[in-house]
Ligand binder design. Structure first.
Ligand code: AMP
Ligand code: MG
Length: 267
């Protein structure tokens, strides 16, 4: 079975019942062995995508603080040619961004043809943090699921394959990672007291995620307590997506003999 089939969410998901420490489809030894091969495959496919220069992928990474969004970008996206990736992260909106529709800032960061776009957080924040903290009226955020579906359908129609990944960690794992951030002088800068506020709303976030995953279909729920599994699974999902898209190297109809002759003539 493909990793996409193993991890694809369908209908109503109960996140509490998905084991964040599970490793569907592999084990540590097999994944470690496969990773270099996968990195090569991903790079090769990405080169074809660039050469084809017609379609794109948008990888959307969502998850609670410390779930590994940054780490996934370092390890998985880091495996491809940096020129082929287009990475954007979405923080608290600026005043200017807030003065526009919530999709305004998103649209500006969409991947160009031939690119793998990566969103570290995304338009989904507008039905997650915004909903959990009542930053807008319920009538506003609840209308956004349909708006997001319309937006994503439009993207798909124009050649962007959207890959939405929820990095699923346990509350206990988050505590350990937050403590590790405090303990490690090279990670301390990442500690944000706001993360503790968000942690206090863990169950509200879980519900908000479950709703987003149900109402805006096309998500993969990746158990992410194990970093090696998270990296392996996201790489596999991207490879399987590219295998299905099958981008091809263009074969321009060139007069090779004639062109070589002209090159020789200009020596
Ligand atoms: P980080 O990902 O750790 O850099 O933190 C970014 C912060 O920005 C997170 O706490 C997000 O919840 C927050 N954020 C991202 N998008 C929005 C949004 N549309 N509205 C409010 N907060 C947001
Ligand atoms: Mg943070």
């Amino acid at each position: 079975m493909s990793v996409r089939d193993l991890l694809r969410a369908s209908g109503r998901v109960d996140l509490a019942r998905i084991d964040t420490g599970s490793t569907p489809g592999t084990d540590k030894a097999a994944a470690k062995k496969q990773l270099p091969k996968d990195a090569g495959a991903l790079e090769a496919w990405q080169e074809r995508l660039t050469a084809e220069n017609a379609r794109s992928i948008l990888l959307v990474l969502q998850g609670m603080d410390t779930s590994g969004k940054d780490g996934t970008i370092t390890h998985v996206v880091g495996a491809i040619n940096p020129q082929g990736a287009q990475i954007a992260d979405f923080k608290q909106p600026t005043r200017e961004e807030l003065s526009h529709d919530f999709l305004w800032r998103i649209t500006k960061q969409l991947p160009a043809a031939g690119k793998i776009g990566v969103f570290n957080r995304s338009h989904y924040e507008d039905v997650l943090v915004v909903r959990v903290h009542n930053l807008v009226d319920e009538s506003v955020w609840s209308a956004r699921y349909a708006e997001i579906n319309e937006f994503e359908a439009d993207l798909a129609h124009h050649g962007t394959t959207i890959v939405k990944v929820f990095l699923h960690i346990s509350k206990k794992e988050q505590a350990e990672r937050l403590i590790a951030r405090l303990d490690d002088p090279t990670k301390r800068w990442k500690f944000d007291e706001q993360d503790l506020v968000e942690r206090g709303s863990w169950n509200d976030y879980r519900e908000a995620y479950e709703d987003a995953i149900e109402k805006c279909p096309g998500w993969f729920v990746v158990p992410a307590d194990h970093k090696w599994y998270r990296n392996w699974a996201v790489a596999r999902i991207l490879i399987e997506t590219l295998e299905e898209m099958r981008p091809e190297f263009p074969q321009p109809d060139l007069d090779i003999k004639g062109l070589k002759k002209r090159i020789a003539e200009t020596a």
